[in-house]
Design a protein around this ligand. Structure first.
Ligand code: TRP
Ligand code: SF4
Length: 520
């Protein structure tokens, strides 16, 4: 899948608001950040719908309740840890390419909320990425970074509890990036990101650095970790999840005989094992070839993976068919493999590169594998999770872009300017007041409504709903609605900027370096 979409990507960022084809979804971290159809992200990329997990999240944030956070990968372990008071972490990163704006505020809020829920919180400045992929100078980077950090602290990030760092000075991240780079090669990066012979080496290095960022919260101890980002970062999340498992010392799988099987094949094997009484000469020792004959006769001929599993069973011949949990030696040294074998109780069969055990469930086996891995100096990474928020529509329609000042509101815009920008925003209103009263406004397509839902209504769901209902019911007219939004924006900016001043000292006291000694 990753190979296919890479070919659709152009090197140049697209600047339209999805106009290049409403059907196209490309997830490109350095290109367009507009998504024309969120449903496709579920179908084509396997992002899961956030709504389905919402009931499992304790005291969910309003961005979750309102569907602004619309998708996730594997958020369940994070939600569970939060509920059970177990350790978990949240981390995100910011490329300091311009002023922090109200789109970035979503991510700041997400990190802060996870911190308040008891998680270890991390925010990093992606200065290596900004320097290599976007060509920013170190002076520009320093100036922008400071602005991001002040807004993050002003919104409530606690730098004493959480950790702030910049990529360029975090030695542990650099070292981890180097190790992770051993598990990723150029063809893979090419397929995922569309890199080619012209891509510079430092840009590639910034990718492994981001992989290290994502796994950094687990360096001390593996724990569920969520990465709140926009869906354009999903390729990074997928790669980080892959690398996390490639770094594991042992794999744990289920098998029924000496051969390895895919999930689809396992389903057939399990059915054959359950039905052993029907075909096995000795009921307790069904043979692989007997199972092959039964499967070939009893199942739909075109069922997926049926042919391949029948082949495998035939090759295994008289070998008994018997369920087992298998530890595969992926990256473990001889002593760790020995240590694992010793730690397994009960019946086990030891092979060159794997051990089969018969009295251990897969989950327990996973736990044991992680324990031994950690004991012998491995990382034991859990695959990182992610949550995805919708991109805000630009105030001028199209996408919200840092390079179009009127399209966004910067967190350091003068409050008066913020007021004016809201006042001149496009709306989802009708041509005339009369039509608006008759048909109602289109809140779902209105950038001003988004401002209410994403920011201005804050935690007050009733207020957000009131605006929505009044709008679509035709009771709310755009002029007044914008006036109200503009005033709220002015207030928000004034307050935020006051807080920014108050947290100056907090930032000076934080551990992060605010000035880079680098040149260029
Ligand atoms: N690539 C991200 C961006 O384009 C920044 C980033 C770097 C990041 N490291 C990260 C995001 C780790 C999330 C997690 O803005
Ligand atoms: Fe948008 Fe408000 Fe107009 Fe509705 S009334 S379309 S929410 S500006």
């Amino acid at each position: 899948m990753t190979g296919d979409d890479a070919s659709e990507r152009s090197e140049e960022p697209q600047t339209d608001g999805g106009a290049t084809g409403a059907d196209e979804v490309a997830l490109d971290p350095w290109g367009s950040s507009s998504v024309s159809d969120y449903r496709k992200l579920f179908e084509e990329f396997g992002i899961e719908e956030f709504d389905e997990i919402l009931p499992e999240v304790p005291d969910p944030h309003y961005l979750m309740r309102r569907g602004v956070i619309f998708g996730h990968r594997d958020y369940r372990p994070v939600a569970e840890a939060m509920r059970d008071g177990e350790p978990f972490a949240a981390l995100s990163g910011f490329m300091p390419t311009g002023d922090p704006h109200i789109g970035h505020k979503l991510v700041f809020d997400e990190i802060i909320w996870h911190q308040q829920q008891g998680g270890d919180a991390y925010a990093l400045i992606a200065d290596l990425e900004a320097h290599s992929a976007r060509g920013l100078s170190w002076d520009e980077i320093d100036e922008h970074s400071r602005n991001y950090l002040l807004s993050l602290l002003a919104l409530g990030f606690d730098p004493e509890e959480g950790e702030l760092y910049r990529q360029s000075t975090n030695r542990a991240v650099q070292d981890l990036a180097f190790e992770l780079g051993i598990e990723a090669n150029f063809s893979e990066l090419g397929a995922i990101y569309g890199f080619d012979g012209e891509t510079d080496v430092s840009h590639m290095q910034s990718v492994v650095t981001q992989m290290a960022d994502i796994l950094y919260p687990q360096l001390e101890e593996p724990k569920p970790t969520v990465i709140p980002v926009g869906p354009d970062q999903d390729p990074h999340v997928r790669l980080a999840r892959d690398l996390a498992s490639r770094m594991r010392a042992f794999g744990v799988t289920t098998a029924y005989a000496s051969f390895e099987a895919t999930d689809a094949e396992l389903a057939h094997l399990s059915a054959a094992y359950e039905a052993r009484g029907e075909y096995a000469e000795e009921a307790e020792t069904p043979r692989c070839e007997e199972a092959a004959a039964w499967l070939a006769g009893a199942r739909e001929p075109d069922a997926p993976a049926l042919e391949s599993v029948v082949d495998k069973l035939e090759n295994a011949g008289m070998e008994p068919l018997r369920p087992r949990t298998r530890f595969l030696n992926r990256r473990a040294g001889a002593d760790a493999f020995e240590g694992l074998i010793e730690a397994i109780d009960g019946e086990k069969r030891v092979f060159e590169e794997h051990v089969d055990v018969f009295d251990l469930e897969r989950e327990e086996a996973r736990e044991l594998a992680r324990e031994i891995e950690l004991e012998y100096g491995g990382y034991g990474f859990l695959p990182p999770s992610s949550i995805y928020h919708r991109f805000m529509t630009g105030l001028t329609g199209g996408k919200m872009s840092s390079s179009i000042p009127a399209s966004h509101i910067s967190l350091i815009d003068d409050p008066e300017e913020g007021y004016e920008k809201v006042k001149s925003a496009t709306t989802g209103g009708r041509e005339t007041a009369e039509l608006q009263r008759e048909l109602g406004g289109r809140a779902d397509e209105c950038p001003v409504y988004e401002l209410y839902a994403y920011l201005l209504a804050g935690d007050d769901d009733e207020f957000a709903k009131l605006v929505y209902d009044e709008c679509v019911g035709g009771e709310r007219l755009c002029g007044d609605c914008k006036e109200q939004a503009a005033e709220l924006m002015r207030e928000f900016l004034a307050e935020h900027q006051e807080k920014r001043e108050e947290v100056e000292e907090l930032l000076e006291a934080a551990e992060i370096e605010l000035e880079s000694p680098r040149r260029g």
